[in-house]
Design a protein around this ligand. Structure first.
Ligand SMILES: [Ca+2]
Length: 230
């Protein structure tokens, strides 16, 4: 009898130990899930590095991301390039579309909004302010993925007005996901509404038209268009 009681006692302790162990395992599992959370700033930094990188693995990562974010691989030409509608879809599409419409890399202090006090046509233009001097991986941007015919020549054009752009190319417009082809690059300084044009041709059936600011200054952009040549 004593033996049985002792046995029963041990069994209760064992059961208690098992319950405690299970509880500890649950806590451990939960805390691991917590550390899996992605910090947005860090994510932007990683991608910022990839954009400037040239190694094969970085290129693969870039191409993989293209497929992941190709929710708009078909469609018409660029929409809302006159900024008469809110900054909404299809702005914010293309590579890095999960970062929102206008987004900053690293600690870049840039912002973009529609401005009804300055427009080249219609009521609004896109007004961008950047307080962050040129540094690697520090930029503000937004993009729109459009369908194109591979290996055909396109003309991209926009009107811009600027106030104190700190350097040449502070504002430029890459058209490919790798940001290698930038048909439009604005000069430094202050200027009134001026038209800028450039040509490009890609071997893909889409282009990511990206408005990018990489140095301090203020710029207004209006009437952004992409048209097939000949
Ligand atoms: Ca407009």
């Amino acid at each position: 009898m004593q033996d049985l009681k002792r046995k029963a006692g041990f069994n209760s302790v064992q059961v208690l130990a098992l319950v405690l162990l299970a509880f500890l395992l649950l806590i451990l599992k939960f805390s691991f899930r917590q550390t899996d959370k992605i910090v947005p700033g860090k994510k932007a930094y990683i991608h910022g590095q990839n954009k400037r990188g040239s190694s094969e693995s970085q290129r693969e990562d870039r191409e993989l991301s293209v497929f992941r974010s190709s929710e708009r691989s078909s469609g018409a030409s660029l929409e809302n390039g006159g900024f008469e509608e809110d900054l909404k879809f299809p702005w914010g599409t293309g590579l890095y579309s999960d970062y929102g419409i206008w987004w900053n890399s690293m600690n870049c202090q840039s912002s973009a909004e529609l401005d009804s006090r300055n427009s080249r046509s219609g009521r609004y233009s896109l007004h961008i302010i950047n307080l962050s001097p040129r540094q690697p991986h520090v930029f503000g941007n937004m993009s729109q993925r459009i369908s194109i015919e591979p290996n055909r020549k396109y003309m991209i054009s926009l009107w811009a007005k600027a106030d104190n752009l700190a350097s040449a190319n502070a504002v430029n417009v890459p058209v490919d996901p790798g940001w290698f082809i930038r048909p439009i690059q604005l000069p430094r300084g202050t200027f009134d509404w001026t038209e800028f044009k450039g040509e490009f041709s890609l071997d893909t059936n889409y282009a990511d038209i990206r408005i990018l600011i990489e140095d301090t200054g203020e710029v207004w952009i209006d009437d952004l268009e992409v048209n097939l040549l000949n």
